[in-house]
Design a protein around this ligand. Structure first.
Ligand SMILES: [Cu+2]
Length: 150
């Protein structure tokens, strides 16, 4: 059986605004890309950052970041960079990537073990490095790359 269609005829002159209102209501506000991020470690032995995708479209991008660690605090930094992820400028004394040399878009500081954080940024097309810059975490592998296309 065909589903019934109900048409409530509005007062004259209000057809278009009503239709527009319905269309607007069905489009999520400021729709953009969403990327799932998991920060994982086996203590200070090894670390990695998993992404739900390695490429997204430009515009508003929301990173839903989960720290799956048992006991380590992590962070999530978005950097615009063409540098390969293993070749970032590194400060050996601080055991971290030299952020002063980077174009940092934004970041989430200190995500506690088992907790999550959300970061929405507007990204233009290009190459981005995502990393945790807690001491030694970059070298241990908590870094990844994402491409933003038009
Ligand atoms: Cu970390």
């Amino acid at each position: 059986m065909k589903p019934a269609t109900f048409i409530v005829w509005p007062a004259r002159g209000s057809v278009l605004p009503a239709a527009v209102a319905i269309i607007i209501a069905t489009i999520p506000a400021r729709a953009g890309e969403t990327v799932g991020v998991t920060l994982a470690d086996q203590g200070m032995e090894s670390m990695h950052m998993d992404l739900s995708t390695d490429h997204i479209k430009a515009g508003n991008v929301t990173f839903n970041v989960t720290n799956s660690s048992q006991n380590l605090v992590h962070e999530f930094v978005v950097v615009k960079s063409d540098t390969p992820i293993q070749a970032m400028k590194y400060n050996q004394d601080e055991k971290e990537v030299d952020e002063s040399s980077l174009e940092v878009v934004n970041e989430i500081d200190d995500i506690d073990p088992g907790k999550s954080g959300t970061l929405t940024v507007k990204l233009e097309p290009g190459s981005y490095v995502l990393l945790c810059n807690k001491a030694a975490h970059y070298k241990l592998g908590m870094v990844n790359h994402i491409t933003v296309t038009k």
